[in-house]
Design a protein around this ligand. Structure first.
Ligand code: C2E
Ligand code: CA
Ligand code: CA
Length: 315
């Protein structure tokens, strides 16, 4: 499909040369690409300031990648057991960047910049390899390893080379494919449903498990969900947050849980912070939960110490 996007800059009331005017229109145009609905954008001075900030961030991020200042943290995922109690079911890998000036930079701040500059490729490769290496290392030393899920952006997911990239990383580390999981947001999966269905099938054929992230925030067509070969759906944190305090949130969580149960797809709730939320989810037979209540994301060494060398039930 062809889409029309327009960036607009006005010379009115200013003394400005043609090139600068065009550059400004260019910056305004770039803005339209960040949203699915905006078709045009006017230039304003804050757009220029933000563009400069992003440029600086992109430059620092590139240097950080070279200097290996990025590192993965792991957050445990817990299976809710029928008899009560929980069991470690896996982990999610999340990227962190420690910058000497900025401090710890959250991925929400730099992943979008990484996507627009192509830096997402080395970051994705790094996270994938770190996850595979950890699983291999733990299998060797403990005789088992929790599966690790890595996050993929829309761009990473749309890359035709993705299945091969996953295959290579698994082969190089010598890890059984069933241990690796990828998480892709609902909106990314729905961008191009025909292609997504094919990619999901290719990942499935590889034996890599797939989870749909932030479920409930995009628009899923239920018929596509049926066609998509996914292993899990993750209820978005915004709904989990309001369990017990907003009847609509309760109803949405309930509906997603039933949907998963009738499709035979595992349901994971993310961002679980309270006992009330956990009790609600347990009562409705949610398969797995993840959140600060049972474990924050921690560096690999710490994860190993807490969860693998003394795998105690936290309950
Ligand atoms: P996400 O995949 O939805 O990850 C869940 C986010 O919620 C993480 O934030 C996690 O630290 C946070 N979280 C987990 N439990 C709780 C809780 O109980 N309470 C609260 N308040 N927060 C909780 P984080 O690590 O800042 O990551 C933000 C987003 O950045 C992720 O959202 C994911 O979309 C993206 N991201 C993170 N790491 C990577 C990566 O390696 N590659 C890609 N492509 N995206 C990544
Ligand atoms: Ca995720
Ligand atoms: Ca989320």
């Amino acid at each position: 499909p062809l889409t029309l996007r327009i960036g607009i800059s006005q010379s009115e009331g200013r003394t400005i040369d043609g090139r600068t005017l065009l550059n400004e229109a260019e910056l305004a145009l770039a803005r339209t690409a960040e949203s699915d609905s905006a078709k045009y954008h006017f230039f304003s001075p804050d757009i220029a300031a933000q563009a400069r900030d992003r440029q600086r961030l992109a430059r620092d991020l590139e240097r950080a990648i070279q200097r290996r200042e990025l590192f993965p943290v792991l957050q445990p995922k817990w299976a809710l057991q029928a008899e009560g109690g929980v069991r470690l079911a896996g982990a999610e890998a999340l990227v962190r960047w420690r910058d000497s000036e900025r401090g710890l930079v959250r991925p929400d701040q730099f992943i979008p910049v990484a996507e627009s500059t192509g830096l997402i490729e080395p970051i994705g490769e790094f996270m994938l390899r770190s996850a595979c290496r950890a699983m291999r290392d733990w299998s060797d030393r403990f005789g088992w390893s929790p599966g690790i899920a890595v996050n993929l952006t829309a761009q990473q997911f749309a890359d035709a080379a993705l299945p091969q990239q996953l295959r290579n990383a698994l082969d190089e580390a010598g890890v059984a494919t069933g241990l690796l999981e990828v998480e892709i947001t609902e909106s990314a999966a729905m961008k191009d449903v025909v292609r997504s269905a094919a990619t999901l099938q290719a990942l499935r054929d590889l034996g890599v498990r797939v989870a749909i992230d932030d479920f409930g925030t995009g628009y899923s067509s239920l018929s596509y969900l049926r066609r998509f070969a996914v292993d899990a759906i993750k209820i978005d944190k915004s709904f989990v947050d309001d369990i017990g305090s907003d009847r609509n949130a309760d109803a949405i969580c309930d509906a997603i849980l039933r949907l998963g149960q009738s499709l035979g797809t595992k349901v994971i709730a993310e961002g679980v912070e309270t006992e009330t939320q956990m009790a609600f989810l347990r009562q409705r037979r949610c398969d797995e939960i993840q959140g600060y209540l049972l474990g924050k994301p921690v560096p690999l060494g710490e994860f190993e110490q807490i969860y693998l060398t003394r795998p105690l039930d936290p309950q």
